[in-house]
Design a protein around this ligand. Structure first.
Ligand SMILES: N[C@@H](CCC(=O)N[C@@H](CS)C(=O)NCC(=O)O)C(=O)O
Length: 244
């Protein structure tokens, strides 16, 4: 059975996991800890990011979109990629654009306040790990959280920019789903799955496998609440109910 190396709370990992689950592919999800993941991932893949799918014969696929490409190419059931060239290109365009405008920006916005809540971050970074790893996290937590801030949040000005870009992208998505419940073609595709996974941090749907619990920060909560009734949030929840 292939292993899927993940950060369990990550929306990019959720995208890969949802695709595997949707297609009914058996895999073993293996949680790696941010920071400590570098050593593990560098040994097997060109970049350092998760998700990474590792097959028993040694084949390694890194990246959520690349994983969907690969599993669609070898497991024909429940195709997530459209059959037409135009459909595939439309999915690639949406995924590339929204991974950045929604996925990267929401990560920046939420980390900008949630990093101040050690118990919440510990739960995200060590979920499903053995006790010795949870203890190891305690030893690197403050250095790691600073690094996460530097890489993903960067500065308050970047957070302000991210909020604006996120809002524009939400409205852009709202216009698209006014026409049809599916972003590309007449059926559920990787474009729908990707956008919904990127926004799973916003709506925290019940079908998402991570046990979020309460958001401990009022600003982060207010950000999520602001979009609670947004048509795109309602659409995300519907995609989760119907396809996750
Ligand atoms: N384009 C990549 C992005 C994945 C990504 O940003 N992963 C983050 C977690 S959300 C990560 O692994 N960060 C640690 C690193 O890059 O070393 C994908 O779609 O898989």
């Amino acid at each position: 059975m292939p292993k899927l190396l993940i950060f369990p709370h990550s929306h990019f990992c959720e995208k890969a996991r949802w695709a595997l689950d949707y297609k009914g592919i058996s895999y073993d999800p293996v949680a790696v800890m941010p920071g400590l993941h570098l050593k593990t991932i560098r040994k097997i893949a060109p970049g350092t990011s998760v998700p990474v799918l590792v097959y028993e014969d040694g084949l390694v696929i890194q990246g959520s979109s690349e994983i969907i490409d690969q599993i669609d190419s070898i497991y024909p059931n429940r195709q997530l990629s459209p059959v037409t060239v135009e459909g595939r290109q439309a999915c690639t365009d949406i995924e590339t654009e929204m991974d950045e405008k929604l996925g990267v920006n929401i990560r920046r916005i939420l980390y900008s306040t949630l990093l101040d809540y050690p118990a919440f971050i510990r739960q995200c970074f060590t979920h499903s790990m053995p006790v010795y790893k949870k203890l190891a996290y305690g030893m690197i937590a403050s250095k790691l959280n600073k690094r996460i801030y530097d890489v993903y949040v960067i500065s308050p000005a970047k957070v302000t920019e991210a909020k604006k870009a996120f809002d524009v992208a939400m409205d852009q998505m709202a216009k698209r789903i006014e026409q049809s419940p599916y972003l590309v073609g007449e059926q559920f595709s990787r474009a729908d799955l990707s956008v919904a996974a990127m926004l799973s941090l916003l709506t925290q749907p019940a079908e998402h496998p991570f046990p979020w619990g309460d958001i401990p920060d009022a600003k982060a909560q207010a950000f999520c609440d602001h979009y609670r009734e947004h048509p795109v949030s309602l659409w995300v929840n519907k995609m989760y109910q119907q396809y996750r």
